[in-house]
Design a protein around this ligand. Structure first.
Ligand code: CIR
Length: 253
């Protein structure tokens, strides 16, 4: 059975962390409606959704992706780079402990799940402002016994590795070449965002399709032309908080 763990929009989302975006007013009611559409998209792709309750005082807590990374063998409970986000970790670790043994990233390591792109047995870790070399090293130590190779991956001009590149089929990644070098993803087909849609690289492969944000129609067409089933969702309010479609769930396949 495939599960998706999500968390309700926080009423304090307006106070979210921002790195590459200017602050804009977030309508949390609209964000909740959009979140329901996102959940419906995951359900349409075959996921049973586990809903964690709202955390009223944790503005970024909808972005569960950043606090854990789930593998078939183990769940990694992260230590987010932004101190304001560290109180988000425990409740997600507790939920995941029902499904996997949990290994924790310890201080002074930092790791955001948004920086961890898993492609088969290759795990790419973004060298971002949020994830430090110590965090990546702890991830390597946790995963090497299971046969994973962990690759430090430079990025530029965006928050997380998965703002720059995501997997869209078992054999292909979608990326913005201004943010990350395609040559790093050996053996994969490389699809690029339309140049007019530089923020369009964050797609969520789920079941036999891809959940993809509205607002990037040219890149969506590129995905469809590649034979990909694209399920489009409006995540406009989440985007104001510098989030995207991968950030709002943890998939347990
Ligand atoms: C943050 O800056 O941490 C949040 N406002 C956005 C996190 C988005 N998460 C992600 O890309 N994985």
């Amino acid at each position: 059975m495939s599960l998706a763990v999500v968390r309700a929009v926080s009423r304090s989302m307006q106070r979210c962390e921002l790195t590459h975006r200017d602050r804009a007013r977030i309508d949390t009611e609209l964000a909740s409606k959009q979140h329901e559409s996102y959940i419906a998209a995951l359900e349409s792709l075959g996921y049973d959704v586990v809903r964690l309750p709202e955390e009223p005082d944790l503005p970024d807590s909808i972005f569960v992706e950043d606090v854990a990374v789930v593998f078939p063998e183990v769940a990694i409970s992260t230590r987010p780079g932004a101190p304001s986000r560290r109180p988000e970790v425990e409740s997600v670790a507790a939920a995941l402990s029902e499904h996997r043994p949990v290994v924790r990233i310890e201080p002074p390591g930092t790791l955001d799940g948004g920086d961890v792109l898993v492609v088969g047995r290759d795990v790419y870790v973004g060298s971002s402002s949020r994830s430090n070399p110590g965090g990546a090293e702890q991830l390597r130590n946790a995963l090497e016994p299971y046969g994973y190779a962990v690759h430090a991956t430079p990025l530029r001009g965006c928050l997380h590795l998965k703002s720059a590149v995501t997997q869209v089929t078992p054999a292909a990644v979608l990326l913005n070449p201004d943010h990350v070098d395609g040559g790093r993803f050996r053996g994969m087909d490389i699809l690029t965002v339309d140049p007019a849609e530089p923020d369009g690289a964050n797609a969520l492969m789920a079941g036999d399709g891809v959940v993809y944000p509205a607002g990037f129609p040219r890149t969506a067409s590129r995905l469809a032309d590649h034979g990909i089933r694209v399920v489009t969702v409006d995540v406009g309010e989440v985007r104001k908080a510098e989030g995207g479609v991968t950030c709002c769930s943890i998939l347990i396949d």
